[in-house]
Design a protein around this ligand. Sequence first.
Ligand code: NAD
Length: 326
Amino acid sequence: MRVLVTGGAGYIGSVVTEELVRDGHEVVVYDSLYKGHRAAVVAGAEFVEADLLDGESLRRAFREQGTEAVIHMAADSLVGESVTNPAKYYRNNVAAGLALLDAMNECEVRRLVFSSTAATYGEPEKQPIEETDPTNPTNPYGQTKLAFEHALPWYEHAYGIRYASLRYFNAAGATAHCGEMHDPESHLIPIILQAATGVREAVEIYGEDYPTRDGTCVRDYIHVVDLARAHILALSILDERSAIYNLGCGGDGYTVREVIDVARSVTGREIKVRVGARRAGDPAFLVASSARIKRELNWSPQFQDLHQIIESAWKWMQQHPRGYEE
Ligand SMILES: NC(=O)c1ccc[n+]([C@@H]2O[C@H](COP(=O)([O-])OP(=O)(O)OC[C@H]3O[C@@H](n4cnc5c(N)ncnc54)[C@H](O)[C@@H]3O)[C@@H](O)[C@H]2O)c1
């Protein structure tokens, strides 16, 4: 298939591109590089450096390549920033997303896989979270992702654009070529590994008085290759129907302290922690159920062991000590 990946120079998008190219698809990465890295664009993919709001570049990319499907990864995704600067999130996650849908419609591209987020659920009443649970986002990041999702059934109804929306929490891990490098880094595993290398002095734990196994918050972590495989698998339903799928690690999740302990064992390094106060709006448990995508598409994560996930991230970090800046 000829696939255009928005945000394909970013962390997850680069791995989605890598897996698409490996499967023999023709891929165009469409990324403004405002956050991603040119060096993360996988060999074998074409690259268009442009913004989603640049409709002319989008339409040209669709027409020149004969695009048949879009995997939409480009977004802003920092929860804290979304609270202080919601305008940025409505512009990039909603307005730019709609510009993408409009260009798809004009160019008759009718298949979309959307990288949504489990932040659409907010603070869920039960765990693990299922697709039928209520969506009550507690910040503009989750709200803007949900706003874009809400447009999708209407675009399907009126213009025939089918979609698969994937909701998940924490991407983690790396491949030999692609790894995680965000600035600022807000994700737990790279933060822990930065503490292991000394780039950061310690890992801050936000509260250890939650009603969990060891008092710290429980989250699920999915290997980025498993996420990429789910995005590609989701393409396969789009001739028939649209769907929303959660993606989770398949277990009970891990506490923050458990993640730090696994990282200590993987790296063999001392990792200092500092315990601070709880952050507002941090639920004790956030674990997504993958039962539906397992049942309907036979997706199952290959890297369920957190040890393996952290090992891959650690290996990438050691081989790319300056990330993509070398
Ligand atoms: N990282 C996670 O744990 C996680 C969890 C759940 C959902 N997601 C979703 O997955 C997607 C990818 O996340 P990531 O961690 O790889 O992010 P990332 O910041 O590494 O990558 C995003 C990429 O999109 C590009 N981009 C952003 N806005 C653009 C625009 N208007 N036009 C063109 N390019 C643009 C950036 O330059 C960057 O390369 C996001 O949509 C995010 O909401 C991520």
